[in-house]
Design a protein around this ligand. Sequence first.
Ligand code: SAH
Ligand code: SF4
Ligand code: F3S
Length: 467
Amino acid sequence: MKNSKSSDSLSDFEEYFESIKNLLLQRFNNIPKAFVRTYGCQQNVYDSEKIKGILHKMGCSFVQTCEEADIIVFNTCAVRKNAEDRVFGNVGALKSLKKKKPNLIIALCGCMTEQDHVAKKINDTFPFVDLVLGTNSIRNFPEFIYEVLTDNKHIFKTKINDVLLYEGTPIRRESKFRAFLPIMYGCDNFCSYCIVPYVRGREKSRASDAILNEFSQLVHEGYKDITLLGQNVNSYGKNLDENINFAKLLRKIDSIPGDYWIRFMTSHPKDATKELIDVMAEGKHICHHLHLPVQSGSNRILNLMNRRYTREKYLEIVHYLKEKIPDISITSDIIVGFPGETYADFCETLSLIKEVEFSSLFTFIYSKREGTPAAKLEDPIPYKEKSEWFKDLLQVQNGLTEKICNSYIGKIVKVLIEGTSANKGYLTARTQGNIIVDLPGSEQLIGKFVKAKITDVQGWFLKGEVI
Ligand code: SAH
Ligand code: SF4
Ligand code: F3S
């Protein structure tokens, strides 16, 4: 066994797998059972698929509950306080389990682990956690598990490593037809409210060849709906020597033959170019959907948020989008109650969402994140008042969503069938605009594209029939 501190290529850590497999078999007297719980965004969902790929190579099978598991991994999110509180609550609940099963291995990874106050809380309150793994250390997971198994001590491996990407590590994808594909890691934007740049490190793009190869492979394997991931995909390529940007990458991917959809997120408005919109309009596979988080409609608040665009610039992009792609579906993120936001600022957000007519919104009440610049700003509006604004926002958006949904009635649209619906007897599908359609049909259609006629609207989703 190599006594290395970091694994730079797959073959470096490949050698751990056999030893770990044997050590785990000895420890549990059986095939070890793993449980991975994911909090947070699509980047974390993808990271969990990598972790599951590695656990699978270590000989693990997978279970659906903590109680059944020999190895528990929580992949955590730090973006808002309630996400963090939920993780702490769930980790606390593992204490009694560890008492009952002392051999149990508990690992925490993901964005929370990179924060000092979290490290302190784990040390002080949750000493039964065996391994804490930082966001950019996933490829070193086998090495660290090996240390847990051989040294029998607590391992704490955080502090962002900006150099290693996880090219070549195994993966175990959840779905056979929807896939995430990161094109870059980290974020350099430092929006004043946001913890992500501190816990995910500096922005780093993957080489376009690696992305194109992985994409082609996914299409070859039959994947139909592939989402390119990055905290700001529009700045793709900035650190590369290649002559490439996101629009050019998208054009190259779109030329891969096959029947599939390309999605991407997230687009930062400051870097959304006409070139990108032109590529979207001309593409054969690119969904007519743009998730373009605006956060606020007030220039004063956008400036305090360090978003580096104005309401006017945002609306200009939206107008160009609607002109070039008339059936575009635009979605967004909104933060209500940023420190110092007044009711007048909030009303500007309301007027912006009415002007744009987003097909849906992700809405959040501002959550203070220690270590970010916004955490130092005065925040005089009580939470109760922010909650009232928040309710108003939802009400306005619900009306707009319903209006957009109604405009689909009678139309024929291509949808991807994703599974069975909570609506008994129905399947659930998605349009390229990311709107859900429930429709009757055989489960054999799951994972396939079909044409559907939209017949009805139920709140924020559509009803239809396969034609
Ligand atoms: N890189 C992406 C996603 C960031 S996190 C982007 O720029 O859009 C997803 C969303 O969480 C953000 O768009 C923002 O609306 C919200 N968010 C981030 N930090 C937050 C905070 N401190 N309080 C409330 N919402 C926050
Ligand atoms: Fe956070 Fe802004 Fe980066 Fe998005 S672009 S991850 S909101 S800092
Ligand atoms: Fe959360 Fe990290 Fe994603 S903080 S939103 S899991 S990048």
